[in-house]
Design a protein around this ligand. Structure first.
Ligand code: N01
Length: 546
């Protein structure tokens, strides 16, 4: 943990670049934030660790990487010209397609000139005398601005388990979230994939098609549904575009920021088994993460949840030919939807291939990575390449990787030692003028991220505009408002089954991380109204001072 008494060496003032706002990250959040603040006439600087824009879609280039929200909805709504002129090719866009969209946005709105690429922010210090944030980067830049906006992403700090001997491996070691730009050719290789979350489930079928042999090292089986991805029909796209504004409006009013998810009012237990089975079958062939919204109580009632879980378990048993392999792939330790549900293309089918072996590392854990492969408690596997699909230090990892100090002797890492604490997910008490986009305490990862990003950016833009117009130099979340919000976030989560799973939503995937349900489950529509109400009441719960 950083030492809070240590102060940042104050650079000579000539070296300090002054801005009106600094944004950290040039993913979808940072790009739109830059666009909006620049339109206010502000001098803005964005620092981005990657060499290009796109955030998660810049880094996650593993084979099969694809969004699980439909492309016509997983896209910016702020520009009518943009949404009319950009043509999505597939129902669920692939990583290359989304990255070219991010690049198109950066070019179209001339965003690059304000972005410093290949530049990682190391520290951010609040200067209470000037009410400014001073940021330091790994390239020696020092920049200051009254407002700092963290757009660092929720799943952007990859997690590599500390297996003994990891550095001794003579083959190639990859992490799905740090994939080489030039791609990887697995032809003829013996490959091991560790992890069967969304990343592993997307990458495994693709790698299996290339590799000589693929071993999948699975600790916990996951629920996954077929994505039913397909090229988009031009006429269907034209129909959406003709009424895009209405679709976006429905998304704004929807709990997950997705217009296509119906709000259902029936309990799963109200329907007779045959009807329910048909509802699930229809959901299965439609291919949607909205599967757990087919009934209102799937995420709140264990008995209701089990009907959906059992349907998916039955599908796994029917697809996977070897009953012993099917049993190992069948999730039984968590409720469906309490870990992020996965969408795949041929995932379970892949285990019918002769060149794919499922290794259960729950019963025989990985003991070490050796020079020639992976050793479990049972045996050694000789491999040419290892792919870690082992996830991220989610929601707080990327923020806490920056040494954030509040100028009053506290670091963010100290404040969040027991878990993240925010007011509305937008600010944290004691750290004035510091905004977070789609961070903990906001709906974020439980929604269409672009809907959540747009909502946050619009709110922050209006807020900064008003602060400047009124000469308010300092805005800070009040402690009581924050405490009440954190309590509310927890209460809402506890009404559901989600906190019970050992998911990254609760930080369970990172040893030693405090177990706290981090995103806000109340729904983006409810949350949006709350944020609007707070702003309308002169930023109720925030202390404003000149
Ligand atoms: O990461 P994960 P991810 N030994 O944390 C295993 C988004 N996303 O990168 O469950 C052995 O879900 C771990 O096992 P266990 C999406 O929100 C979206 O796949 O801890 N295994 C698990 O199987 C998603 O939820 C898209 O027992 C170990 C896996 O690694 C989020 O990103 C695509 C291990 C990690 O799964 C994260 O997904 C991709 C160990 N020591 C990602 N440590 C789409 O839009 C970890 N594991 C479709």
């Amino acid at each position: 943990m950083p030492d809070a008494t240590q102060t940042t060496p104050e650079p000579t003032s000539a070296a300090v670049q002054p801005y009106d706002a600094i944004i950290v990250g040039a993913g979808f959040g940072g790009l739109y934030m830059l666009h909006r603040l620049r339109a206010l006439g502000l001098r803005v600087r964005v620092f981005e660790a990657g060499s290009g824009v796109g955030g998660t879609w810049y880094w996650n280039r593993y084979p099969g990487a694809r969004c699980d929200v439909e492309s016509l909805e997983y896209s910016y709504s702020f520009s009518e010209d943009l949404q009319q002129q950009w043509d999505w090719k597939e129902r669920y866009a692939s990583q290359p397609e989304i990255l070219s969209y991010a690049n198109h946005v950066a070019d179209r709105f001339e965003l690059r000139r304000d972005i410093a690429f290949d530049t990682r922010v190391l520290g951010a210090d609040f200067d209470p005398l000037r009410n400014e944030w001073v940021l330091r980067t790994d390239r020696g830049d020092v920049a200051r601005a009254p407002h700092c906006i963290m757009a660092v992403g929720c799943l952007s700090l990859p997690r590599m388990p500390e297996f003994p001997g990891r550095d001794s491996f003579k083959g190639k070691l990859y992490h799905t979230g740090l994939w080489p730009q030039e791609g990887v050719d697995f032809s003829g290789l013996r490959v091991g994939v560790i992890g069967t979350g969304s990343s592993g489930i997307q990458a495994i079928p693709q790698i299996a098609r290339q590799a000589a042999h693929l071993h999948v090292f699975q600790r916990t089986p996951n629920y996954s549904l077929p994505a039913v991805n397909h090229p988009l029909d031009r006429q269907a796209v034209a129909r959406v575009k003709a009424e895009y504004a209405a679709l976006r409006e429905r998304a704004r009013k929807a709990p997950a920021g997705v217009a296509g998810f119906a709000i259902l009012t029936r309990s799963a237990l109200e329907d007779p088994p045959a009807v329910r089975q048909q509802v699930y079958q229809d959901g299965w062939v439609r291919g949607t993460t909205g599967f757990t919204r087919l009934y209102k109580d799937l995420l709140t009632d264990p008995a209701a949840n089990d009907t959906a879980a059992e349907f998916v378990r039955g599908k796994i048993r029917s697809i996977v030919k070897d009953p012993a392999v099917a049993a190992r792939l069948t999730p039984t330790d968590h409720f469906i939807g309490t870990k992020r549900i996965c969408l795949d293309t041929d995932y379970f089918e892949t285990y019918n291939r002769a060149n794919v072996t499922l290794v259960d590392v729950r019963s025989a854990p990985i003991e070490a990575i050796t020079a020639s492969g992976i050793r479990t408690a049972e045996r050694e596997f000789e491999l040419d390449a290892i792919v870690m699909a082992t996830g991220f230090d989610a929601m707080t990892g990327a923020l806490l990787a920056i040494d954030i100090r509040n100028g009053a002797g506290a670091t963010l890492a100290q404040k969040w030692a027991g878990g993240p604490r925010t007011y509305l997910g937008l600010m944290t008490a004691g750290f004035p003028n510091l905004f977070v986009i789609a961070g903990p305490g906001s709906p974020s990862v439980l929604t269409n991220m672009i809907s959540s990003i747009e909502q946050h950016v619009d709110w922050i833009t209006r807020c900064i505009e008003q602060l400047r117009a009124r000469g308010i130099a300092r805005m800070e979340a009040e402690q009581t408002a924050e405490d009440q919000w954190v309590e509310h976030v927890n209460e809402v989560a506890d009404l559901t089954l989600l906190p019970r799973a050992n998911s990254w939503y609760v930080g369970a995937n990172v040893p030693g991380k405090p177990r706290v349900f981090m995103p806000y489950l109340g729904g983006l529509h409810v949350y949006r109204a709350r944020c609007e109400e707070v702003a309308a009441r002169d930023y109720e719960g925030f202390a404003l001072s000149s």
